[in-house]
Design a protein around this ligand. Structure first.
Ligand code: NAD
Ligand code: TDX
Length: 337
């Protein structure tokens, strides 16, 4: 289908992994990566792609209309995979403004530009717009229940970040319905793997443990997240982008529900093996004040993508977590040696 793809936020965690995955899998595709290089984006994350002729990096804001229009005409874009976002819940609780600007306004600029560009070329119904969303838009589940979010679960975002993502998802769907655009949305659970920003839970646990600093766990540490290895997420996005039905939504889960304390303990076990010392890294685990409005549990029912597109995660949590911890230890050793 599409051959000239605009990937937004490609210097961030998931999209940089996605660009590496796509450049290997579809060497004939042209990939244009727009990223504002906020505090969360790093040029080094896509360094390997930089030398390739069919890869183009543009530093800029997705909310900059003139720039987005220029990119669509210059590169004849026929597909958008939209990752760029302010992504950290704690930051959204401190100040929501950037979340509205990037996640809501930025998405609207991409949608309008895609609509106008594809309408002019008679490609309104074929140009594909894939919105990358999150399980957080569905709200939160109880610890005692075994309920999961499915694609029909009503949106009930409970923090400013998830509210901004929910707003963006609604805009995407409205453009599909109003203009007949070929939109699709996927909502995944918590990703883990190489190149995740330091502020998120797994890199926070690893880096604090390596430095012998307290490992901060919010509240009682019993909040539950479902963990998806980033490469499994990339394969799911590839399938949904190419084969997902217009206007449909697909949930993507890892099938690895863990409480934060359980996860921190597993990471400490791996570190105790890789970096043995007199004491276990577990002794560094420290409970601190809770996140405001901290969602208790997320879990997704991903039977739709499994049944209709034949996807399933291929990385066991044990393997993925070991690989991830080893990657961060390696990075840490490069910096400190
Ligand atoms: P990230 O914070 O690591 O990366 C976001 C990237 O977007 C950064 O490189 C940043 O510079 C860029 N960006 C931000 N605002 C921009 C703007 N206005 N214009 C251009 N670039 C901008 O995020 P991530 O964790 O890789 O998440 C990527 C996407 O996946 C987000 O949409 C997020 O909501 C979604 N998601 C993430 C997870 C997860 O566990 N990390 C889970 C589900 C969904
Ligand atoms: O220092 C910490 N201590 C702690 O206990 C941090 C940073 C987090 N936590 C807890 C909060 C959550 O229960 O760990 C859990 C995971 O926290 P984050 O890594 O901040 O992720 P989360 O809030 O679950 O959101 C993530 O998954 C959904 C991504 O950041 C979002 O972008 C995505 O949409």
């Amino acid at each position: 289908m599409s051959k000239s793809l605009l990937v937004t936020g490609g210097a961030g965690f998931i999209a940089s992994n996605f660009i590496h995955y796509m450049m290997k899998r579809y060497p004939e595709y042209q990939i244009i990566n727009i990223d504002q290089l906020t505090y969360a984006g790093k040029g080094a994350n896509v360094q390997q792609a930089a030398a390739l002729e069919n890869y183009h990096f543009i530093k800029g804001d997705i909310a900059d209309e003139a720039l987005i229009q220029h990119i669509f005409s210059e590169y004849d874009i026929d597909g958008v995979i939209h990752f760029a976002a302010e992504s950290h819940v704690d930051r959204s609780i401190e100040d929501v403004k950037a979340f509205i600007e990037s996640n809501v306004l930025g998405t609207s600029v991409l949608l309008q530009t895609a609509r106008d560009s594809w309408d002019k070329k008679g490609e309104l119904a074929t140009g594909r717009f894939h919105q990358i969303s999150t399980d957080e838009v569905y709200g939160a589940l109880g610890l005692e229940s075994d309920e999961k979010f499915n694609e029909e679960t009503p949106y009930d975002p409970r923090n400013p970040y998830s509210a901004s993502k929910a707003g963006a998802d609604m805009l995407v769907k409205s453009f599909g319905r109003t203009y007949g655009m070929n939109v699709v949305t996927s909502s995944s659970s918590n990703n883990y793997g190489p190149r995740q920003h330091q502020e998120k839970l797994i890199p926070t646990v690893i880096s604090n443990a390596l430095q012998g600093n307290p490992i901060p766990l919010y509240g009682d540490g019993k909040n539950v997240r479902d963990w998806l290895y980033v490469e499994d997420h990339c394969r799911a996005i590839d399938l949904i982008f190419h084969q997902g039905q217009t206007l449909e939504k697909y949930n993507i889960g890892g099938g690895n529900e863990k409480s934060n304390i359980e996860l921190a303990m597993m990471i400490c076990d791996i570190l105790d093996h890789l970096k043995p010392g007199q004491h276990s890294h577990k002794e560094l685990i420290t409970f601190i004040g809770d996140r405001k409005g901290h969602d208790r549990r997320y879990a997704v029912d991903d039977s739709k993508i499994r049944d209709t597109l034949g996807w399933k995660p291929l990385t066991s949590f044990k393997t993925g977590l070991n690989q991830t911890v080893e990657w961060y230890v390696d990075q840490w050793e490069k910096v400190t040696s």
